[in-house]
Every structure is written in C-alpha cells, then in structure tokens.
Design a protein around this ligand. Structure first.
Ligand code: CAA
Length: 393
C-alpha cells in the first residue's frame, strides 16, 4: 500500500476539505437542530463530483478510485456527519452495485443520473424483524405470468432506510424462492434465494412513512418503505434472480469503508476542536493543554485517528486493486466506529461542562458517532465477519 497520495487524490481531498470548511460545517448545527435535509449542500456536492466518486465519467461519476472516495468521505463527514452518510449511501450502497452488477441498459437508466447527483438512491435490506440476520427477511417477490412475459409482484417492508424519504430509486432485496413451510424470520440458510430489484419512486404500491426520529445524524433522513403488490419486470432485477444476498454482501464490503470514513471524520472534527480548546482554556493558572492528563487524552486520540485512517486506506487500496476486502473493510469499520465513540467521549471530557452544552458541537459529534457502531452491520456483526475470515482454511 502506497501511503503517498497521488496528485488526483490530494486534489479531491483538498477540494472536499475546503468545501466542508466553508459551506458544510457552518450549517451543521442548524441542520442538526432542525433535522433539515441539506438540499443546497447536496447540489454543490453533485457539482463537485462527490455523489459518484468511483463511477466512471461515462456513467456520470467522477471516475476516481476508492482511496479518493475515502478521502472525500472523511472531509465531508468532518463537516457534517449527516451529509457524510447521505453521500456514502448514494456512492457505496446504490451507485457501486448498479455499476458492478447492472446491465448496460440498467446503468444508463439507473446509474448515470445518480452518479451525477441529479437523482438519489438508497438501499433496502433491513426489515423490522430482520437486521443482523439479513437472510431472514420477509419481503417476497413472486414471479407470475404477465401480459408481455413474466412479471414479479413484490410485497413487504424495509425500515431504517437512509435517504429513503427523498430517494428516486431503492434497491430492494427480496426472497424470490422459498422452501416448503417457510415463514418470515425462519433461518433457511442456503435454501432460500434472494433477488435484488431496482424500484423507482412513484411505482404503484410503494409508499413511505414519515422520517424516523433518531438520536443523531438528524439531517440524514431515514424511513420505513412499504411495498404492496408492486409490479416489476426482469428489467428491474439487479445481478440476476437468486443472487441477491451476494449482491447485498459484496455491496456492504464497500459500504463499510464509507461508514468507517464517516466515523473517522466525526472523530477528527471533535479532536481538532479539543486541541484548540485545550490551548485556550486555562485552569490552575495555565492552559489545560499544559496538564499531562489532557496531553495523554490528546495523544490517545491522535493515535486512534491515525490507526483508523490506515485501516481504511488498506481496505480502500485492496478495493482499488480489485481484491477481496471483506475482512479488511469489517476491521476498518469496527475499529473506526468504536474509536469515534471513544474520541468524541474524550473530547467532551476535555471541554468539561461546555462539552455537555448544546451551544457547542461536541455533544452532536458524540451522538452522531454512536450510529456508526450500528448501521451497515453492528460491531458484533463485524466481529463475526472478521472471525470467520480468521478461522478460514
Ligand atoms: N461477498 C460476496 N458473497 C458473500 C459475502 C461477501 N462479502 N459474504 C457472504 N457471501 C456469500 C457466502 O459466500 C454465501 O454464499 P454460498 O451460499 O454460495 O456459500 C452466502 O453469501 C451466505 O453467506 P453466509 O453464510 O456468511 O451468510 P450469513 O447468513 O451467515 O450472514 C452476515 C452473514 C455477515 C451475518 C450477514 O447477514 C450480515 O452482514 N449481516 C448484517 C447486515 C447489515 O450489515 N445490514 C446493513 C443494512 S444497510 C445500512 O445499514 C445502511 C444505512 O443505514 C446507512
């Protein structure tokens, strides 16, 4: 792995950093307080090529690599964690699988406008009764004879779908082949077949609930999606019938890099504020940065940030080489997300009472960090993935 960034990588990092400092961070408090969807920021991110960083230019993307995506994700998330996850879902969970598994016709229709940031995508895997045990989903698509060939009838619901309230298309994962006696929630490993479908907003039978109320990332809206007798054709089928679970898992290998970057950005923002505050704030007649207790906290925070960044860069560089990076992505996500909770916790400690106050952004960073240990696979799921890889062969 080359730790020297290329000119192109430095350029996208610097562009994203300047934009985040000038136009994202100044609005982050207001976005959080109002739970406001950041329409104007997303429009600018689209102009900067941030909504489809790794997608080739012929499909509307910026044509850059996974390292560039990781660098930009860290910067945007340091400015606003909500903007970070909206970007991550569109890039990693929507555009990536459509590029990787889509036919030419699907890419033209369902990739180009999304990678260009003109439309927004989301990813529908989780269900009210199926989260970590993703294979046990209850959403079902039945193949039935139609007027012009066979069609699919989709029924079910998906929840916690980030970008769901605003998305133009959702990738829905559904069971399409079930054994005798199957019921939702039953674990029929290997016997049940899943399929991924591209479902457009406005398709008859697709409805959405109001946005979820959450502890953090208030501006990144999520909601429950319902599908009632939604009619689809083979055109909507992504990656072939029966391959849906592998499409979902391979997609999450990339998605987990994005969430690791989000955690890193949140933690870095809290750390930088803690450094500045420690130099200014005085106690016992000296800046608190002179106290070894504070210095040790800052030293641990700096070490953990670097470690997370290096793990992310390793996973991104394997992705760029086209190598399997399931375990490396899980390691990066596990470490970065738990690190973000530790680092934002310490930053609040350094700020003391001001860290606990709503007036400053430390409590927001702490709330925003917490979700990174949960979505795109909890820390426990990352440990399952890492252990399975470690014990293999
Ligand atoms: N790439 C390709 N194929 C993979 C794969 C990968 N990374 N991981 C597994 N597979 C394949 C396996 O090879 C296996 O194939 P065969 O049947 O041909 O052997 C098949 O998939 C099933 O694999 P497992 O037996 O390992 O599956 P499992 O049921 O034990 O589940 C799991 C594994 C890792 C626990 C998985 O269920 C999982 O990741 N759960 C967490 C779900 C998750 O992360 N949800 C996030 C939702 S999205 C979100 O959160 C977005 C947001 O809000 C921002």
């Amino acid at each position: 792995m080359d730790l020297e960034l290329t000119e192109e990588q430095r350029m996208i990092r610097d562009t994203a950093r300047e934009f985040a400092k000038a136009e994202v961070e100044p609005k982050a408090k207001e976005l959080d307080e109002k739970g406001r969807w950041p329409t104007e920021i997303l429009a600018k991110m689209a102009e900067l090529g941030l909504m489809g960083v790794g997608i080739p230019t012929e499909y509307g993307g910026a044509g850059m690599d996974a390292m560039s995506y990781a660098l930009a994700m860290e910067e945007i998330s340091a400015g606003c964690a909500s903007c970070g996850v909206i970007m991550s879902v569109n890039n990693s969970l929507y555009c990536d699988p459509v590029y990787k598994f889509g036919t030419d016709a699907q890419k033209e229709r369902w990739l180009t406008p999304y990678a260009a940031g003109k439309k927004l995508g989301c990813f529908g895997l989780t269900e009210p009764m199926s989260g970590s045990d993703a294979q046990t989903m209850g959403t079902f698509a039945e193949r039935v004879p139609g007027g012009n060939g066979d069609k699919w009838i989709l029924n079910g619901s998906k929840n916690w779908i980030t970008n769901g309230p605003h998305a133009d298309t959702v990738i829905v994962f559904a069971i399409t082949d079930k054994p005798e006696g199957w019921s939702p929630g039953a674990l029929n490993k290997g016997k049940v077949k899943h399929t991924a479908f591209l479902v457009d907003a406005g398709t008859k039978g697709w409805t959405r609930e109001k946005p979820d109320e959450k502890m953090g990332i208030h501006a990144a809206h999520s909601c429950t999606l319902f599908f009632e007798n939604v009619e689809l054709s083979d055109e909507n089928c992504l990656g072939g019938a029966g391959n849906g679970f592998k499409v979902a898992m391979a997609t999450l290998d990339g998605g987990r890099i994005g969430i690791a970057c989000q955690a890193l950005g949140i933690a870095r923002a809290a750390y930088e504020k803690a450094i500045d505050y420690a130099k200014e704030r005085k106690s016992f007649g000296v800046p608190i940065a002179s106290h070894q207790a504070i210095q040790f906290m800052l030293a641990d925070m700096a070490t953990e940030l670097d470690a997370a960044r290096l793990l992310i860069w390793r996973a991104a560089s394997l992705k760029d080489k086209g190598q399997r990076h399931t375990s490396e992505s899980a390691i990066a996500k596990l470490f970065a997300s738990e690190m973000a909770t530790r680092v934002t916790h310490k930053a609040i400690q350094i700020f003391g009472g001001y860290g606990y106050s709503k007036e400053y952004s430390l409590e927001r960073h702490y709330r925003d960090a917490r979700i990174t240990e949960i979505y795109e696979g909890t820390s426990e799921i990352q440990r399952i993935v890492i252990a399975a890889n470690a014990l293999k062969g």
